[in-house]
Design a protein around this ligand. Structure first.
Ligand code: HEM
Ligand SMILES: *[C@@H]1O[C@H](CO)[C@@H](O)[C@H](O)[C@H]1NC(C)=O
Ligand SMILES: *[C@@H]1O[C@H](CO)[C@@H](O)[C@H](O)[C@H]1NC(C)=O
Ligand SMILES: *[C@@H]1O[C@H](CO)[C@@H](O)[C@H](O)[C@H]1NC(C)=O
Length: 213
């Protein structure tokens, strides 16, 4: 995989390379994903996603970090399938209120706004999981992070799993080191990946979160 990296976080940015490898790789294991997936069916998708993310980030930079976190928390539970976006139904309890998410994940309204916009232009073509993947990339870029080509073609899940999201797959603030290593390993990520990602997200959070001023 060839990646062009321009990073504001220093020139020898192993962490950024690892982040890119993970973000580009997330959800690519099962289905065959491709950068060109919507080239024929909805070429305007990139422009549409970016314009909504751009105005959201202009209004509140933190929302960019929130969108990246949505993607990360979606992917850790049964892959990048948009399941985190689903509300509770009579047949399942969703992931939104699981401990790592309840009252802390945010940015759903941005994803909803993108979805409405894309649906108007290309009805029933683009998955919410792909929208989340593109919006995360655009958020990172708008906040001054590196860029990557998003692989597309994810299918949306029709169910979500509260229990799975709640039983330690997603790293929680109370995780100890061995918990953290286990949760990352369960996603095929190493201790080195974890350290790199955590470092990246701390910088990211520091630069965007109102809690760290
Ligand atoms: C090492 C394990 C991790 C732990 C224990 C952890 C935990 C947390 C916690 C407790 C918060 C604050 C939530 C709140 O505002 O109430 C947070 C925010 C955040 N996390 Fe993580 N996280 C981890 C890894 C990651 C990774 C790998 C990423 C990125 C891919 C990430 C992205 C973010 C972002 C962007 C925010 C800020 C969201 C916002 O301001 O809305 N985190 N995380
Ligand atoms: C989620 O947070 C709300 C509001 O604080 C609370 O009422 C609810 O019990 C929480 N849900 C879970 C499953 O912890
Ligand atoms: C939800 O996740 C739990 C814990 O990982 C698992 O035991 C259960 O089978 C899952 N439920 C469904 C419907 O996939
Ligand atoms: C980490 O937490 C788990 C429970 O969540 C516990 O079983 C384990 O002993 C803890 N490990 C350490 C090193 O504290």
């Amino acid at each position: 995989m060839a990646l062009l990296i321009t990073s504001p976080f220093g020139s020898s940015s192993t962490g950024i390379v690892v982040l890119l490898l993970i973000l580009t790789g997330l959800g690519t294991s099962s289905a065959q994903l491709s950068e060109n997936f919507y080239n024929k069916k909805c070429p305007i998708v990139f422009k549409s996603v970016k314009s909504v993310v751009k105005s959201a980030v202009a209004k509140e930079p933190r929302i960019g970090a929130s969108i990246l976190r949505l993607f990360f928390h979606d992917c850790f539970v049964d892959g990048c399938d948009g399941s985190l976006l689903l509300d509770d139904t009579s047949s399942f309890r969703g992931e939104k209120t699981a401990a790592p998410n309840n009252n802390s994940v945010r940015g759903f309204e941005v994803i909803d706004a993108i979805k409405s916009k894309v649906e108007k232009i290309c009805p029933s073509v683009v998955s919410c999981a792909d929208i989340l993947a593109i919006a995360s990339r655009d958020s990172v870029v708008l906040l001054g992070g590196p860029s990557w080509n998003v692989k597309l073609g994810r299918r949306d899940s029709r169910t979500a799993n509260f229990t799975a999201a709640n039983t330690g797959v997603i790293p929680s603030p109370t995780s100890n080191l061995s918990n953290l290593i286990t949760t990352f390993q369960a996603q095929g990520l190493s201790v080195k990946d974890m350290v790199a990602l955590s470092g990246f997200f701390s910088i990211f959070q520091f630069s965007t979160s109102p809690f760290h001023n």
